[in-house]
Write a protein of this length. Sequence first.
Length: 141
Amino acid sequence: MKLLLISNSTNAGEPYLKYPIAQIGAHLAGVSEVVFVPYAAVTFSYDEYERKVQERFDEIGVKVRSIHREKSPRKAIKEAQAICVGGGNTFALAKKMQEQGLMSAILKRVKEGVPYVGWSAGSNVCCPTICLSLSRSHSRR
């Protein structure tokens, strides 16, 4: 599998995705277009998210095609040269991906060797499970 999992998108005082862009570029060598999953965005629009990622990916010569514009999101994943999943709200992302059948579609493509880049929530959805657990010390008294 060709996974690049990034913990966060921005280091303090730096522009968005600036610090990992060289690694992203190396990981996506030979790729001209990625299918981007923006569903973790909850404080701004998917269009804004796509623009923000495209601005950074322009530096590595890769076109960003956001899945929110696709009539058939699963088909877009099936045909993708590479897949990128952005950060934000992990639960909003997982919900929308499950509704569209993207979790299994992406897993199948990744197992076929399609490059995957995820940051923050986009890394979280690669985990075998996602859950919320409260310890006794954090529960209501």
